[in-house]
Design a binder for this molecule. Structure first.
Ligand code: EPZ
Length: 447
């Protein structure tokens, strides 16, 4: 597709201001939560990204009226006429998102049945849904796997359960929350994920009338209630997008003020950014990130669940680490294949070697399974422009950063994938002085 390519002329620093809105990894889930209410909900700070459009379409298919609110970036969702949607329609709307799996609990509560098509999402590992299906069965759902997707029913209603996750999965924790709030009795979830987006979803559900407590030992307890109302909520800012722009500033020797970025959600990232040699200043309304001059420092880093270093920060940071002096080690412990994007960086002149051993940290569950999930990055590297094909959302943004830091011109293919999670990234790049352009439109009759 012609307009799916971006020409990036690298070599100049990014300078200026961008604004981040609500988090991609909260907003679609808060939209799903609206399905559980008896009254309309209002979600604020909603970004114009594709994942939001997909969930909007899915909600509408299920009879939820979704419209713009009076405030800018506000969505109103009225679930008073929820109904079972046509299977083929759902399939067409599911797109490449993993959000449909989270509709299970709310739909079972509202209409007693749910259909979930094959899921998409970034190809950064196997991304199974076994935890999701197991917890839904714990609540009393039956799951029928058919060629077209999953059909779920709850013949005896949904009841609270004692659940312990094998791994603190973000999506499965959200699945439990969205199901337990209206299940009969209490639910105890052990080894839960506690990412800021999950806590924000809990705030949404509490506003609706849910009773949820979060203990310090990753145990979440939920007392089911018979009825939930609507909510008015301002989504927490996107800490993943914020960190992406921070890494772009560092890798291009630039200076970017990220309006909306919040220190509390980014503390772990900020520590690492400082260790590498980046500078930042926290303001009331955002965080300024810049390269203070001099050499960047190599570091050893391990990704982990919150409050560890978020896996989604890893890919943009790796690009910045190609500019650090010495050997950096990155051990990816959340997704087994999230370092595959580095082969393209090597084509651009980086020196990154992947290993299947757990390097530089604690052994993880991928250590014995031959996944190349550790990287040694040798820098500083002089990057040059290349032809790049975007593999996944964060990897894609990271390629943009690399292309901006490189000498010469890169052709970045598959940029549409970036629209899934970065609102108006092209306009933001323009505002930061990046020299990026779409190819000239193909003239009619010319192949
Ligand atoms: C969410 O994915 C995010 N996506 C991801 O962001 C993020 O990287 C991830 O959480 C970790 O923080 C959304 O919120 C839409 P998981 P999720 O369940 O919920 C394994 C981005 O770039 N697992 O915490 O799907 C899984 O394979 C995206 O913004 C199972 O084995 O992640 C992985 O190794 C990418 N079985 C680990 O758990 C399951 O049933 C953590 O996954 C579910 C998960």
């Amino acid at each position: 597709m012609q307009d799916d390519v971006l020409f990036v002329h690298g070599g100049s620093p990014l300078e200026g201001e961008v604004r981040v809105k609500g988090a991609k990894n909260l907003v679609p889930k808060a939209m799903v939560a609206a399905l559980l209410g008896q009254e309309p909900s209002r979600l604020r700070n909603v970004p114009g990204i594709r994942d939001v459009h997909i969930v909007r379409g899915l909600l509408q298919l299920h009879g939820v009226a979704v419209y713009e609110g009076d405030e800018a970036d506000e969505l109103v969702m009225d679930p008073s006429s929820v109904e079972l949607a046509n299977v083929a329609d759902i399939d067409a709307h599911a797109g490449s998102s993993r959000i449909p799996i989270l509709l299970c609990g709310p739909l079972l509560h509202r209409i007693g049945r749910a259909f979930i098509p094959d899921l998409g999402g970034c190809r950064i590992g196997g991304r199974p849904i076994d935890f999701h299906l197991n917890v839904l069965r714990d609540f009393g759902a039956t799951v029928d796997k058919r060629p077209e997707g999953l059909f779920l029913e709850a013949p005896n209603g949904l009841h609270g359960a004692k659940i312990e996750l094998p791994y603190p999965s973000v999506g499965t924790t959200e699945q439990v929350l969205l199901t337990a709030v209206r299940a009969e009795g209490t639910t105890e979830l052990r080894n839960a994920a506690v990412e800021p987006e999950i806590i924000d979803l809990i705030c949404v559900l509490q506003k609706m009338g849910a009773i949820i407590s979060v203990a310090t030992d990753r145990v979440i307890r939920i007392t089911g209630v018979e009825r939930l109302g609507g909510y008015t909520h301002r989504a927490l800012p996107d800490r993943l997008e914020g960190a992406s722009w921070a890494c772009a500033a560092l890798a291009t020797q630039g200076d970017v003020f990220v309006r909306g970025a919040r220190q509390l959600d980014m503390m772990t990232f900020l520590n690492v950014f400082r260790q590498v040699g980046g500078a930042f200043q926290v303001e009331d309304d955002g965080i300024r990130f810049w390269h203070p001059g001099g050499r960047l420092r190599a570091i050893a880093l391990e990704t982990d669940v919150h409050p560890g270093f978020q896996t989604d920060w890893q890919q943009p940071l790796v690009v910045a680490l190609t500019q650090a002096s010495g050997l950096s080690i990155v051990h990816e412990t959340v997704y087994e294949s999230r370092l595959g994007f580095t082969s393209a960086l090597n084509q651009m002149g980086a020196t990154i070697q992947l290993y299947s051993e757990c390097l530089g940290g604690t052994p993880c569950r991928f250590g014995q399974r031959n996944f190349q999930h550790s990287a040694v990055i040798s820098g500083p590297a002089k990057l040059h422009g290349a032809d790049l094909v975007i593999p996944d959302l964060r990897g894609g943004f990271s390629y943009l950063i690399a292309a901006l830091a490189a000498e010469g011109t890169s052709r970045v293919h598959g940029i549409d994938l970036i629209n899934r999670g970065y609102e108006g990234f092209h306009a933001k790049l323009d505002a930061l002085g990046a020299r990026v352009e779409l190819p000239e439109p193909v003239r009619e009759g010319v192949a």
